[in-house]
Write a new protein. Structure first.
Length: 156
């Protein structure tokens, strides 16, 4: 079974970085699920819930866009072209700083904000995003830059 990100790549598009959900924010569900496992229904439901949240959230940076997918049965996806992204924010509370997870908020021009909670190593994700946008902008500058008339110093 391929991931959603792999299934929506277009020709010439390559994944530069994949983010993943941190297990730290899911740890209360996991611990409670283990403790309540003797009560088969409740403990098992909590463990399955944590597993589904962990496995069904995908976020990736490609050389053309940011792709995010949430959910298993009810799927929600957001794809934003790199050129349309205006800002990327990292939000971390105290536990997030201690255990290196946080929320990534991507704001795009004309697109809804993309908010991905509980991402592991969000600063590295932001770094990969900045590198991808620099690469994307420099390649588009080389390919499609229109030359402005050169200044000759003479009055017209």
């Amino acid at each position: 079974m391929t991931s959603y990100v792999d299934s929506v790549l277009i020709s010439g598009e390559a994944v530069l970085h994949r983010g993943r959900v941190s297990l730290w924010p899911l740890s209360p569900r996991i611990i409670l699920g283990i403790l309540l496992l003797p009560l088969l229904g409740i403990g098992l439901v909590l463990l399955v819930w944590a597993f589904v949240l962990y496995k069904t959230t995908e976020i990736a940076i490609t050389n053309k866009r940011i792709i995010a997918k949430f959910g298993f049965i009810r799927r929600r996806t957001i794809e934003i072209n790199l050129q349309k992204v205006e800002s990327i924010q990292v939000e971390q509370n105290v536990p997030g700083r201690l255990f290196n997870y946080g929320t990534i908020v991507v704001a795009g021009a004309g697109t809804p904000n993309l908010s991905v909670p509980a991402i592991a190593d969000p600063l590295r994700f932001r770094k990969h995003f900045m590198e991808a946008t620099d690469t994307s902008q420099s390649s588009s500058d080389r390919l499609g830059r229109s030359r402005s008339p050169e200044f000759t110093g003479r009055a017209v």
